[in-house]
Design a protein around this ligand. Structure first.
Ligand code: ADP
Length: 484
């Protein structure tokens, strides 16, 4: 086996302790898969009020992580829990910064002190390593909130980390942590870092750019997205930097954690099913119909969406297609939260056409599982999609994805071919309602041919999307970064 490494995995959300999206799922599943490869991996995150509701024991360690900026000392405390067997999860308590209802901000407005909140976090993570007497070979950072960790490491010359390498994973380049340049002072970093080859980004101060410039290795969550972010269309202004660093940039597709997402064992479902017992999926449908008071003909397909309601997710295409969707023989279930105008759109649609659409405007993990199991299809019309997890979960649940052919959706879904019966879903390329509807019509046509549809479901259910292969690729990158 490869050399056993000491790895610290840093994220601001980890399922089941805190979750707003796919990052939490990855931050839970990938460390577990790396542990199986024999590494000593530990995870660290902030301690929010929701972390205590995860049903896990969390204990104080009696270790302080105090960080001074200017004349102020911000006191923090370390807690410990267990992510899964043998994986320590550390939580940093700093009540001034993390004792809030949300992780990053109110629904329509980021918290105004996010520079302080996350620069504290980055420094406290490094301080925690020393307090825990843990000298990591690798610090694996995730998304902009952790982007300053490589900057502190590279610029402060701390001998504790002289052998430590950093890997920075981009889960979504659309979120960059860019702030007014005057806020840079709060980081305690030297002014010399604020330049165009450092953390300066068009006059602003950027956490993400820090990660991209200073980390030893860069990854993103699918091979297709690793190419797309090097173009002006999807690079969000960072394409030049990513082109420059393309030798260090790798696309590794996320996987499915089948201890959480598996219809054969899923605790949220009324009954279990799998490739050998497909007919029980219908019981899950009936359970869902009852829970949502749907009265459907048994031949009417259920199309679902489980998503953040943000521009990225292509909600505008659904809005444009609303009338056509009203005239199709299907029922739409949407589970999501996010931008207020999208939330109102779905709520108003439901008020007008309760026979067509159910809008569950909330974040409800268990309902998400039941919807996936009880639906026939899932729609993911994203403008961009770094990886996307729901389409891979849907495959496992025999729920056929209809997706835009972009990013991780491109890598994880193959167009179904009616002649060869190969493929796992339906894809459209051009982000216009006509193309979305054409794909959907194709799916609805196929749905009527019961035997063919079952073959399509089974193709998806039997696809191997486990984390094993992806974890091995991360492991290889860690090892390579440590070579002299
Ligand atoms: P992103 O990370 O861009 O939000 P992903 O598809 O990678 O999208 O991951 C989304 C994760 O969040 C999935 O686990 C999905 O089931 C979950 N999710 C999204 N919205 C909701 C919601 N309103 N209720 C429950 N789960 C949700």
């Amino acid at each position: 086996m490869d050399h056993k490494l000491k790895i610290l995995f840093v994220a601001t959300e980890v399922h089941p302790f805190a979750k707003t999206g796919g990052l939490a799922d990855v931050s839970s599943a990938l460390p577990s898969a790396l542990k199986k490869l024999g590494h000593d991996i530990r995870v660290i995150m902030p301690k929010y009020p929701c972390t205590t509701k995860a049903g896990k024991t969390i204990e104080p360690l009696n270790l302080n992580v105090d960080i001074s900026t200017g004349n102020t000392c911000h006191k923090g405390y370390l807690f410990q829990s267990e992510l899964s067997e043998g994986i320590a999860l550390y939580l940093i308590e700093q009540s001034e910064y993390y004792d809030r209802e949300h992780l990053y901000g109110e629904p329509d407005c980021e918290y105004s002190d996010n520079v302080e909140r996350f620069s504290y976090f980055c420094q406290a993570v490094l301080e925690a390593c020393k307090k825990l007497n843990f000298q990591p070979d690798i610090i694996h950072c995730n998304d902009w909130h952790t982007g300053l960790i490589p900057v502190y490491l590279k610029t402060q010359g701390d001998s504790w980390f002289s052998q430590t390498k950093t890997l920075f994973s981009i889960h979504n380049l659309g979120y960059q942590g860019n702030f007014h340049h005057s806020s840079f002072a709060a980081t305690g970093l030297d002014d010399s870092v604020f330049h165009s080859d450092g953390v300066e980004f068009y006059g602003q101060f950027s956490f993400l750019k820090g990660g991209l410039m200073y980390a030893d290795v860069l990854t993103t969550v699918s091979p297709a997205y690793s190419k797309e972010i090097q173009t002006p269309e999807l690079g969000f202004g960072m394409e030049g930097i990513l082109q420059q660093r393309s030798d260090q940039l790798h696309g590794i597709l996320n996987g499915v954690d089948d201890t959480v997402w598996n219809p054969e064992t899923d605790a949220s479902l009324i009954t279990h099913y799998g490739p050998q017992s497909l007919s029980s999926k219908n019981t899950c449908r009936q359970d869902l119909e009852k829970a949502l008071s749907l009265q459907l003909n048994k031949d009417t397909p259920i199309l679902c969406m489980i998503t953040r309601l943000s521009e990225q997710k292509g909600i505008d295409l659904i809005m444009q297609a609303q009338e056509a969707l009203n005239n199709l023989d299907l029922s739409l279930i949407i589970l999501g939260t996010g931008e207020k105008h999208y939330e109102s759109f779905f709520q108003q649609w439901q008020e007008k056409r309760p026979d067509r659409i159910v809008a569950a405007i909330k974040f409800d993990e268990s309902l998400g599982h039941r919807i996936l199991a009880g639906s026939d299809m899932i729609l993911i019309p994203s403008h961009y999609e770094p990886c996307g997890l729901t389409q891979m979960y849907a495959l496992k649940y025999g729920t056929v994805p209809i997706v835009r052919d972009v990013g991780g959706l491109k890598n994880s879904i193959q167009e179904f071919n009616l002649k060869t019966k190969k493929g796992t879903g339906f894809k459209f390329e051009t982000p216009k309602k006509e193309f979305l509807l054409k794909s959907l019509q194709k799916a609805l046509g196929c749905f009527k041919q019961r035997k063919t549809w079952e073959k399509l479901m089974l193709n998806g259910m039997n696809q191997d999307n486990s984390w094993e292969f992806s974890a091995q690729q991360y492991s290889n990158l860690y090892q390579k970064s440590l070579l002299p």
